[in-house]
Write a new protein. Structure first.
Length: 100
């Protein structure tokens, strides 16, 4: 599952493209829910949030702990996980600098 959630661990230029693609997918789903007269899932509702702040919280609250756990549980990949964590932290810092 870590591979599926590795977007925030990639270089900023790749990470930002993936983040925008994910948010577009989320908001399209919310738009469809609205169109169908369904209650719109809050994280998919483009009228409630820009989405970037939610992504940053997800990176910190879920993705980072996952990679920390992988690093501590699987010694063979500890160094690779640390590299991922370093990049994730740099990306989170960049989001913070941008005001998210």
């Amino acid at each position: 599952h870590a591979a599926d959630l590795s977007n925030p661990c990639k270089a900023w230029t790749i990470h930002i493209q993936w983040t925008h693609a994910i948010l577009a997918e989320f908001f399209s789903q919310g738009d469809l829910e609205r169109h169908l007269g369904l209650e719109v899932t809050p994280m998919l509702d483009r009228t409630l949030s820009c989405g970037r702040s939610q992504q940053k919280a997800f990176f910190q609250g879920f993705v980072r702990p996952l990679f920390v756990m992988c690093a501590s549980s699987i010694p063979l990949i500890r160094d690779k996980c640390q590299t991922c964590l370093d990049q994730l932290d740099a990306n989170v810092a960049r989001w913070t600098e941008l005001g998210f």
